[in-house]
Design a protein around this ligand. Structure first.
Ligand code: BGP
Length: 461
């Protein structure tokens, strides 16, 4: 008898993590990233003054962690390779210790029947590359392509799902618009240049991969549906522009091979088009993705501006819309983010209807909780709220699949509680909790629930 929410038999069940957030930098074993640099400069901007050094020590404990993954039914796991670990300084010699480490992790995953999905860049720019201008500087693209090439040469014999970037818009927003990532610049013109160069870097790596390997390559985007406050034309327009800036700016070029015309027209009108090279449009057109990872946490609610924007000041995307705090929306009170499960369905139906039904999967979805220790009973975190969160999202995902969306899997963010950028250990997301003093891992209730779901490929209610 099949279950009420029965997923396809080859569905990918797993979780996602990133190198900088889990491995620990272990001085001497890796190069430095922008996070080490920023932490040294402005420790007070990191939650409780906790920086990127220790994290959850996956570097030394990966065997135990992969064993735990197996136990909770994972058949896939998304990890990232740290550019600064593989090639300290961003260019030049490969670090043999890093090769040994990533080989061991990949081999261990495969030995446990877990397919590694490998992402190349997860916010962790080597500091030397940032000092050269980061993605503002077109030359940094070449260093990134060489890094990707090395990673393929070393690991593509065993890895056949690759991703170029995780949420590439986040370093644009954080680093160049809203001051929550290094280099803490607020300058829309630079932001668009950074975004543009990231997309070119992505397309060059897709091209390189397609020329030499037969697996699949894609990108991971945080698609955040922009829902208008009302059907009023001004609200609709606000939501449309927000969608252009924060979703379609990346989604269209990587899946369709071209930027949305409305976005180009708008940037042209305000004299904010990035610099391009002649060969770029052919490069983009010919190197679209095979697969798309979708990170979904919360929607964006948008309204027309109440007051005319101050266009005297520097250009900002926010000139065109305001965020709307919809009354009565359901909140994750432990993180302050809205929960809107249907968003996951809307994203997938949009991909089906407007993006050629590109093969996709949920590459991150999850529920961050502050002070999660308060939910401990008899030594284990009873995270029924997380079970509900996952279940309700899976129900909508199931419906999208029934309606023909090409969705292949679901990865929770994240496998075990980890360090998260400025928020450090504030919001816990894992199936496993981690005692930061002893590094002891303990499965939460959701881990057991997920094990049943993945083993049966679904659930009843
Ligand atoms: C995503 C990132 C992850 C992770 C997650 C949770 O955007 O891809 O790296 O940080 O968000 O974020 P936070 O800990 O800030 O709640």
């Amino acid at each position: 008898m099949s279950l009420q929410y029965q997923f396809p038999s080859d569905f990918w069940w797993g979780s996602a993590a990133s190198a900088a957030q889990t491995e620990g930098s272990h001085n001497g074993t890796t190069g430095r990233t922008i996070w080490d640099e920023w932490f040294e400069k402005e420790e007070n901007r990191f939650f409780e003054g906790v920086g990127p050094k220790e994290t959850s020590d996956f570097y030394n404990r990966y065997k135990e962690d992969i064993k735990n993954m197996k136990e909770i039914g994972h058949n896939t796991f998304r990890m990232s390779i740290s550019w600064a670990r593989l090639i300290p300084g961003g260019e030049g010699e490969v670090n043999e210790e890093a090769v040994t480490f990533y080989n061991a992790v990949i081999d261990e995953l495969l030995a446990q029947g877990i397919e590694p999905f490998v992402n190349l860049f997860h916010f962790d720019m080597p500091i030397e590359m940032q000092e050269k201008g980061g993605w503002e500087n077109r030359e940094v693209i070449d260093a990134y392509v060489t890094y990707a090439q090395k990673a393929f040469e070393l690991f593509a014999d065993r890895v056949s799902k690759w991703f170029t970037f995780n949420e590439p818009i986040v370093p644009v927003e954080g680093g160049y618009l809203y001051d929550f990532h290094y280099p803490n610049i607020v300058d829309a013109k630079k932001a668009f240049q950074v975004a543009y160069h990231t997309i070119i870097a992505h397309a060059k790596v897709v091209e390189l991969y397609h020329q030499n390997y037969d697996g699949k390559i894609g990108i991971i985007l945080n698609l955040t549906p922009s829902y208008p406050r009302s059907e009023n034309p001004a609200d609709l327009k606000a939501a449309h522009i927000c969608d252009l800036f924060f979703n379609r700016s990346f989604l269209d070029p990587v899946v369709k091979g071209e930027f949305p015309e409305d976005l180009i027209a708008l940037l042209k009108e305000y004299d904010h088009l990035p610099e391009t090279a002649e060969e770029d449009s052919v490069l983009l057109k010919e190197n679209t993705v095979d697969i798309l990872g979708v990170n979904y946490y919360q929607p964006r609610r948008v309204k027309a501006k109440d007051h005319a924007p101050n266009t005297e000041g520097p250009f900002m995307p926010d000139w065109f819309f305001d965020n709307y705090e919809m009354p009565g929306r359901k909140m994750n009170v432990y993180r302050g983010w809205e929960i809107y499960e249907k968003g996951i369905y809307d994203i997938m139906i949009n991909l089906k209807d407007n993006y050629g039904n590109i093969e996709s999967f949920i590459s991150e979805n999850g529920m961050g909780v502050q002070d999660e220790q308060r939910f401990i009973k008899e030594g284990r975190i009873e995270d029924d709220y997380r079970i509900d969160f996952i279940k309700e999202h899976l129900k909508w995902l199931h419906r999208a699949i029934e309606e023909g969306a090409n969705v292949k899997g679901y990865h929770l963010w994240t496998f075990m509680d980890n360090w998260s950028w400025m928020n450090a250990y504030k919001n816990r997301y894992g199936f496993f909790s981690v005692n930061l003093d002893t590094q002891e891992r303990t499965a939460k209730k959701s881990a057991y629930w997920f094990a049943d779901v993945s083993k049966q490929n679904g659930f009843d209610h």
